[in-house]
Design a protein around this ligand. Structure first.
Ligand SMILES: [Zn+2]
Length: 300
């Protein structure tokens, strides 16, 4: 608890406090204090009182959602993953571009080959060699054809993969739940490929990427309670709201109201108990007198 509090304070130190004046008077009182140097409002993130006018005002329900504690830490981790995804996406786009360029240069190699072939055709024909029906020339041409399309498909697949990474990046940055699902599903889907890559050639970068992706999948699955894990979306929303300072204060206010009601009820119950206590006494008295069946006595 203390650690998340420090986390919140550090965040406030960098980004400044977020204060809000709710219109509900009872909540307003809890968040507001008058000091010698002016009014101060409780920061919705770190909980400290910040001197100055509130940054926002309105109904408590319209207050901005301020991630704090665990939610703030989760947001930070997901934003780190978002940046990592964006960098990887841009890198893969560059690779795709290189592959596409290479595939085009292959075309020009083929073009060169064809040009040279036409150049040599009269000479070949002069020596009685039919280049148009040569198995060697045919297979060379086919190879170039095949390679070009393979490279194009590779480039397109890389662009598609890069797009997924970039969409993940923007979605994760904006803390969208669909992006968390997309990240978990897409990342898990590519894990077998990463493992196959490792069996070809082991490198520190590949191991690091695999470890990061496995951790990312597990972390998002559990922290964001995807696929109904740990209570699912409902539990996640409850946790998110439960951590909001305004809601904590509103709950505290409700609790104190309930306590007061309970006290009032207890007082009433006490009064009733007193009545009840007097009843047996009254009943006992007539009993002694032998007049048990006289309910009017109870009232008196
Ligand atoms: Zn603060």
């Amino acid at each position: 608890m203390a650690m998340t509090r420090d986390w919140d304070r550090r965040h406030c130190a960098r980004k400044g406090h977020i204060t809000y004046a709710p219109t509900e008077p009872e909540l307003r009182d809890r968040l507001h204090v008058a000091t010698a140097v002016g009014e101060a409002w409780r920061c919705l993130r770190c909980g400290d009182f910040a001197i100055g006018a509130p940054h926002g005002a309105g109904q408590a329900a319209d207050a901005p959602y301020v991630p704090r504690g665990k939610a703030l830490r989760d947001l930070f981790i997901l934003r780190f993953l978002a940046v990592e995804r964006l960098v990887r996406g841009v890198f893969i786009v560059l690779v795709a571009w290189a592959v596409w360029k290479f595939s085009n240069s292959q075309t020009s190699v083929q073009q060169l080959f064809n040009d040279d072939l036409t150049l040599f055709r009269p000479i070949a024909q002069h020596y009685g060699f039919d280049l148009d029906h040569s198995a060697v020339v045919d297979s060379i041409q086919k190879t170039f054809q095949y390679k070009h399309s393979t490279l194009l498909i590779t480039a397109v697949a890389l662009v598609a993969y890069a797009l997924i990474e970039i969409v993940e990046a923007f979605g994760l940055w904006a803390a969208k739940r669909w992006a968390e699902y997309l990240t978990v599903v897409a990342t898990a889907a590519f894990l077998p490929l990463e493992i196959i890559e490792l069996t070809h050639k082991v490198s520190g970068f590949k191991i690091g990427t695999l470890a990061l992706n496995v951790l990312a999948v597990l972390y998002i699955l559990l922290a964001k309670r995807l696929f109904g894990l740990r209570g699912g979306a409902k539990a996640f929303e409850a946790e998110r709201h439960g951590a909001s300072l305004l809601e904590v204060e509103a709950a505290a206010h409700q609790a104190s109201l309930r306590e007061r009601e309970a006290q009032v009820a207890e007082g009433a119950a006490g009064a009733l108990a007193n009545v009840h206590r007097t009843v047996p006494l009254d009943r006992v008295a007539p009993q002694r007198g032998g007049a048990v069946d006289q309910p009017s006595r109870i009232v008196e």
